[in-house]
Design a protein around this ligand. Structure first.
Ligand SMILES: Cc1cc2nc3c(=O)[nH]c(=O)nc-3n(C[C@H](O)[C@H](O)[C@H](O)COP(=O)(O)OP(=O)(O)OC[C@H]3O[C@@H](n4cnc5c(N)ncnc54)[C@H](O)[C@@H]3O)c2cc1C
Length: 417
């Protein structure tokens, strides 16, 4: 008889894990997935495209009902798991039912961060994480609506572009001195600001939010503006908070599992309880939590192998970021901070909005690419990412490196992958 395996969370990591487990160990477990959202798992990354009206809700579904059924997965969605009984290996659901497990996988993702300032709870203050958020944002963002997005990172810019496309007069407030500072260097950040402003979106850098202000309306008290720390009041009908995420370790913490920022896992994605694992954004591995999908997929692959009885270990992920704003091409991967022991190759043509910076480290073992920032033309992004991941010596190709694989003679690009 197959052993009961429960996955809590029906997001991207969970769907990938079920797929990998079905490929590697079908029949070994009887799998049930518990999801709080009332939908089949969908591609969360494409919520930005859904908000921008570029795709439909149907387009972003990861797998249809038949796919799940064919793999024998029981889907329980629209019902959150409430607690884990670690003594009896049971999960308690919000409707009072409970399920036993031999293995439990936590894939509960992240919570959007809400700022500890007055007014956060006012109607009209929203976040951008779930399908329901897209519906709420589209209902609120109409032509003439004044929208303010707090946060000039990837999520904030994609939210701003989406509500601006719906007709809202949009301003992005960003605390730092450049947009996407965690992924872009100052020059790429400046080009990005120009491109965002060219879409009619106002960008305020170095601006810190002191409070969200409300006022009485026919529907009760709701958001009316955003007060900056310098005293300025910016009128707003809609405020979108996009200041990052925090791992959702709520269930694990309440169950007494070791947690730091996320649920702490070892190289086999096991938590401090031998039968409980954690993957995706809720997991913390070697002190690192990720807010991107590729590490979540890496976790899912490794855990599926482990649970299928094969040898596998997760050792961390090198991440890359792609901004999904149509017509604005931005790619960043690896370490772009530079500094001692590194060298930069820069190719730049501000006239056509092109910028490419490659960061190299040279040591006794050769020359390796450790980071890449591309603006304008990102077609070679994945090639550079593969080179970073492979750690391959590119000393002999360095003169041609900035021009991409097409111009790199005597270089077997297949080896980079
Ligand atoms: C708008 C947007 C754009 C993004 N763009 C990119 C991008 O370009 N590139 C990139 O790499 N990443 C991007 N991301 C991040 C990416 O979506 C996440 O990294 C990925 O979804 C993580 O997968 P996960 O399964 O860990 O979490 P999630 O996909 O968030 O899934 C977690 C699920 O668990 C459910 N859950 C939580 N608690 C419970 C409970 N108690 N019971 C039952 N279910 C529960 C949640 O409701 C949720 O459905 C983006 C995210 C957003 C919101």
């Amino acid at each position: 008889m197959s052993a009961p395996l429960i996955v809590i969370g029906n997001g991207m990591a969970a769907a990938k894990f079920c797929e990998e487990l079905a490929n590697q160990g079908l029949g070994r477990y009887s799998v049930a997935v518990i999801g709080a959202e009332p939908h089949l798992a969908y591609n969360r990354v494409l919520l930005s495209s859904l908000l921008a009206g570029e795709v439909t809700a149907g387009d972003i579904e990861l797998r249809n009902r038949d796919w799940w059924q064919a793999r024998g997965v029981t889907l329980i969605y629209g019902r959150p798991a409430l607690s884990i009984d670690t003594e009896r290996n049971r999960v308690n659901l919000a409707d009072g039912s409970s399920l036993g497990f031999s293995k439990l996988v936590l894939a509960t993702g992240s919570h959007p961060i809400r700022l500890p300032i007055p007014g956060m709870e006012l109607p009209g203050v929203m976040t951008f994480r779930e399908r329901a958020d897209v519906d709420a944002l589209l209902a609120a963002a109409k032509p003439g609506t004044r929208a303010i997005v707090i946060g000039g990172g990837l999520l904030g810019l994609e939210a701003a572009t989406g509500v601006a496309a719906a007709g809202a007069r949009t301003t992005v407030i960003h605390l730092m001195d450049r947009l996407m500072e965690r992924q872009l260097d100052p020059r790429a950040g400046a080009l990005l600001k120009q491109a965002v402003e060219a879409r009619g979106i106002e960008v305020l850098l170095g601006a810190s939010t002191a409070a969200i202000e409300g006022q009485e309306s026919a529907e009760g008290r709701r958001v009316a503006g955003l007060r900056l720390s310098d005293g300025r009041l910016l009128p707003a009908d809609l405020v979108i908070v996009a200041c990052g995420v925090r791992p959702n370790a709520d269930l694990a913490r309440a169950a007494g599992l070791d947690c730091n920022r996320g649920v702490m896992v070892d190289d086999g994605l096991a938590t401090s309880h031998a039968d409980i694992h954690a993957i995706g954004e809720c997991a913390e591995h070697r002190g690192q939590v990720y807010g991107l999908v590729e590490p979540a997929y890496d976790h899912a692959r490794v855990l599926a192998r482990c649970l299928a009885g094969r040898a596998a270990a997760y050792e961390g992920s090198i991440t890359a970021t792609n901004l999904k704003v149509s017509g604005v091409h931005v790619f960043s991967a690896g370490d772009f901070t530079g500094g001692a022991g590194t060298q930069d190759i820069v190719l730049s043509d501000p006239g056509i909005g092109l910028y490419r910076r490659l960061i190299l480290r040279q040591d006794g073992q050769g020359t390796r690419l450790i980071g890449a920032v591309l603006f304008g033309d990102t077609a070679d992004g994945l090639f550079y990412l593969d080179l970073i991941r492979s750690g391959r010596d590119i000393g002999a190709q360095r003169a041609d490196l900035a021009f991409g694989p097409t111009f790199m003679t005597d270089f077997d690009t297949a080896e980079a992958a």
